[in-house]
Design a protein around this ligand. Sequence first.
Ligand SMILES: [Zn+2]
Ligand SMILES: [Zn+2]
Length: 160
Amino acid sequence: MDPQQNRVNTTISVRPLLHRPGERKEVSLTLDAETASSFGLCCAQLPQVKGVLENRAGVLFFRYTAECVLDLVCDRCLSSVTYPVCEEFEHIVVTELAVEQNDSDYLLASDTMLDVAEVVMTDLRLSLPSKTLCSEACLGLCPHCGQNRNEAPCSCCEEA
Ligand SMILES: [Zn+2]
Ligand SMILES: [Zn+2]
């Protein structure tokens, strides 16, 4: 089986929207597992993307909602954490980046092609909390023996 067959085409041409105020294009797709994992995120439920590309008075906007469930790892005890995400993002799409536009509000559609997978996976990554915990009360791993202290106390904990 060729894994490429399961790939979803996530590249969209923005050319039909350029220089046409009022022009819209609906975007609705689900990213495939291969693409999602190539951006370093594990998904329990693959990202569903629903949004619209819209030329508003000559400026091209991409607004969308991404819904998925991520498989993260607790920073303290390394157990897996299910992290549902449903978030709205908006960017301005440009076909050439000026120096002052060099920030994450702007998306570059080089050769007028926009890679939706890259946009979504980057937004998802940036939206994650800086710390992932299975619970605020997570006891973490014992620094001496590595025992997960949420499951059972270890002998070094008893001595302390
Ligand atoms: Zn934990
Ligand atoms: Zn221990």
